[in-house]
Design a protein around this ligand. Structure first.
Ligand SMILES: Cc1ncc(COP(=O)(O)O)c(C=O)c1O
Length: 379
């Protein structure tokens, strides 16, 4: 195989379906069909007239124009519907890059954002988010890296796994850096709608910007497997050609639900944001009371925090124990690279009950491992 194993997905394959308390995932609470129907105001009988035709290469016209209204000022020519943003990432990394190209990618980052390019023989340079600075992005460092005029600069704000983001001024500077370097600017907007400390950022204004989005993270529709890509029409046309060999198009059944969701996105996201903000406060409070066990920087957006576990000799083993003995899902930092062996990705988007139960069990295991065991009711 040309590609490194996707460590996060492999971890999820082992544990996601084998736990009761998910405090590792990067999405908000998943909606039920009944909740989605109520939020969007449709009935299942609305599907009765649907005929199982093929959909269109770039996405069915209803969903594609709903997405374009939300993201491109109505310009459908720059919008493509994809199977999650994962498919968009895969297609873009195959078609906007050639072996030997240099690609600058945040570090840490969602692995697919760098390892598909690496697998294709591109030279990947990392733009490090400094843990000592709360993972704040340093644009002057990016400017230095961009001096070599990389083919592509790949970012994701709010960021998985740290939850850090940038300001509108920094976003403008980022665009200027990409423009001056003649680089593609890949903007992964997976968590773009879910912010706490500032309004959501717009998609960058840049002719050579490619943006990805998804229903998986801020909407609670991960199982829908629908995402989107904004890119210049000639790149989308080449993506459609490659997709002819893989999945052809997205199912019209999924597009039906996705179109309702995007047309009611403000209501769905507001509900999820309010819930996630409460959980975020709970997590930060929990961490502040345990400075001897954990260290975490306040997050700007998304529903993950990158938490340093203090004094743990083997964080991956701790995460395995949590899953196997306490049925709690956490993601070891090593899924984001060997440099993050002391960290875990902690997801706070789920129900408050599972966050509370998961944190209680995490506290118990950390204290036991640090030889500070205190009795915890019910364990
Ligand atoms: C930053 C980022 N981008 C893209 C994805 C892909 O998500 P999906 O394929 O569900 O849209 C993920 C999934 O975790 C992610 O964290």
């Amino acid at each position: 195989m040309d590609f490194a194993i996707a460590r996060l997905e492999a971890w999820m394959r082992d544990y996601y379906h084998a736990v009761d308390h998910d405090i590792g995932s990067s999405g908000v609470r998943d909606l039920s069909m009944a909740q989605l129907r109520e939020l969007c105001g449709f009935a299942l009988s609305d599907l009765d007239t649907m005929v199982f035709h093929d959909s269109e290469s770039y996405g069915g016209s209803g969903l594609r124009s709903a997405l374009a209204e939300r993201w491109t000022g109505g310009d459908v020519a720059r919008m493509m519907v994809t199977h999650g943003s994962s498919e968009a990432i895969y297609l873009v990394m195959h078609l906007a890059l050639e072996p030997g190209d240099e690609v600058v990618v945040l570090d840490p980052a969602y692995q697919q954002l760098h390892d598909i390019a690496a697998g294709r023989g591109c030279r990947v340079t990392r733009w490090a988010l400094d843990p000592a600075a709360g993972f704040a992005a340093d644009l002057s460092q990016l400017r230095r890296l961009a001096a070599s005029r990389p083919r592509m600069i790949v970012v994701n704000f709010p960021h998985n796994p740290t939850g850090t983001s940038i300001t509108p001024e920094q976003q403008r500077e980022l665009v200027e850096i990409a423009r001056e370097a003649g680089s593609w600017l890949v903007w992964d907007h997976a968590f773009g709608e879910l912010t706490y400390t500032a309004d959501p950022l717009p998609l960058p204004r840049h002719d050579r910007c490619i943006a990805f989005g998804t229903f998986s993270k801020s909407y609670g529709l991960a199982g829908l497997r629908v995402g989107w890509c904004v890119a210049p029409p000639d790149l989308l046309a080449r993506m459609a050609l490659l997709r002819d060999y893989i999945a052809l198009y997205v199912s019209p059944v999924l597009e039906f639900f996705a179109e309702h969701a995007v047309r009611n996105a403000d209501r769905i996201v507001a509900l999820q944001r309010e819930h996630a903000a409460g959980n975020r406060a709970l997590l930060l409070d929990w961490a502040a009371q345990r400075p001897e066990l954990v260290r975490v920087a306040p997050t700007d957006g998304g529903v993950t925090a990158f938490v340093e576990l203090l004094g743990q000799p083997d964080v991956e083993r701790t995460c395995r124990r949590l899953a196997e003995e306490h049925r709690v899902l956490l993601v070891p930092g090593s899924c984001f690279g060997d440099a993050y062996r002391d960290h875990v990705r902690l997801g706070f988007g789920g129900t408050t009950a599972e966050l509370t139960a998961g944190l209680e069990r995490l506290d118990h295991v950390l204290r036991a491992d640090a030889d500070l065991r205190v009795p915890v009711a019910g364990l």
